[in-house]
Write a protein of this length. Sequence first.
Length: 572
Amino acid sequence: MTVPPAIVTLGVGALDTARRVQALYDGAQVHGLQGRVNEADIAYTELGAHLRELYASGTPIVALCAAGIVIRCVAPLLSNKGGEPPVLAVAEDGSAVVPLLGGLSGVNAMAREIAGALDVPPAITTSGELRFGACVLNPPEGYALASLDHGKRFVSDLLAGEATRIEGDAPWLDDVQLPRVDNARRTIRVTPLAWSGATDELVIHPRSVVVAVHASATGDNLHERVLEAARVQGLAAPSLAVLLAPASQIGDPVLRDVADALHVALRFAADSEAASNAADMLRQTLRVPHTAFVTDAPIAFAAAHAPLDPATVGRARGKLSVVGLGPGDASLMVPAARAALTQATDILGYDTYVKMAGPFRAEQRVHGTDNREEMQRARHAFELASAGHHVAMVSSGDPGVFAMAAAVLEALDEAHADAHRAAWSAVELEIVPGVSAAFATAAQAGAPLGHDFCVLSLSDNLKPWTVIETRLRHAAEADLVMAFYNPISRARPWQLDRALDIVRDLRAPSTVVVLGRDIGRPGATLKTTTLAELQSSDVDMRTMVIIGSTTTRAFNAAEPRRTWVYTPRWYA
Ligand code: SAH
């Protein structure tokens, strides 16, 4: 399964069963109703909206609640049968497993898996499944059906009493109780070759073909030319598994687009400089025995005997995702960050943040480090990524705010002058933003950043203290709200008091101040005070300090009792 299921719970009574289901699927997470299931990995606020969002994004759903609730929630979206993810209802005590939707995306196979783990029989109602013990129209990963409409007719013929034979390698059908007869007129054919249209055949394509594109083939209409070349060779497009290109073209965006359009993995042939044509590239790169389809052309094909694991063909373009985790709570992490963490082969960062980003799967390598040398960490990330790994480099909050993104770009900028240049520039680099501590703290307090503001790091590790003093004075004079990052630490004990002295010269003692400590993390505290009362002993290195402007206001709300802080949008 490519996307791990969301295991959705409504009450704590379902947690035991949810965790047992979770153990079956790498990367699966337990979703819990906020305020009711706080032990869950991901919190949601409204079941209907949450299930619809998961369904629409194609995420398999295992809902630990009544089948009727699930059906009602996703009902508005149930029109396109082809594109639906598996949806199952599981009784919260694990006594029933009911596949509801996604017959063609493997819901019955999931129902069997989950029921097996819970030691109950799955409630399967699909005729073909019941008769044959598996859905012939839902081949396992690595295989694709040539035509769904035609396949449905083929299966109804079998249900009506027709027999079939099997041609080609279909190991998963060995356990299926199909009406098999060696000389049957009907045939299930497993082949990379295109379906002829014969109605007595069910054609299933193994994703077993590598298409190699020599440097001389790149240019306009590559997608169409690959499809045309495949057609000339009699190959079916769904059989394609890998687009193999020369390593010298590793950064070419056209190749990425073509691979995406073909739904294949993009891999690179290492020694392609020596290859005089595409077939040479295939010969030098493929380790498995295969059948070659073209020998002397800029586009060539090779078919393996079984579905191919793209990871065994050549090497990937490396990727470096610089990821912001948000302040701490998983619900404040953007989905793109979660996706990068799920896809990464290697995770890099300061130990505390790597722990915050986990848990990770056993095959993901975690390079936690206490090393504060950021440039070294950035270079290490490029070394790993340029060797073909997908590296996620994690920062708390936003990676571009006093964090790793700038160090990563500095390392890349420096590399332009030296031997790493080509390899590091070929790495696909993405920066995934996060909710920065100032924003997370401001949201807790109300809207203190509702008007012009600035952010300042009070750390003089990488800039002279005089620069900080000048900026503080200018910001205070300009009546900006100020958010202080890195306000104080054991190595920098006096700087905060000095900074406050400067601000106090220019702002009234009654100026509103917000202190947020460990916001979004266990034991978070939020305090509203004034510039006069603020003491540096109220602040530590896990605190965000927001100093209001002359217009920033604090007021008490009666129910529930609390203080709101905001800076009006207008100016007097
Ligand atoms: N990239 C981070 C900032 C790193 S600098 C971000 O965008 O949030 C580290 C400083 O950020 C800390 O000294 C503290 O001032 C602030 N900070 C980080 N996480 C915080 C949190 N959860 N609560 C309050 N302040 C936090």
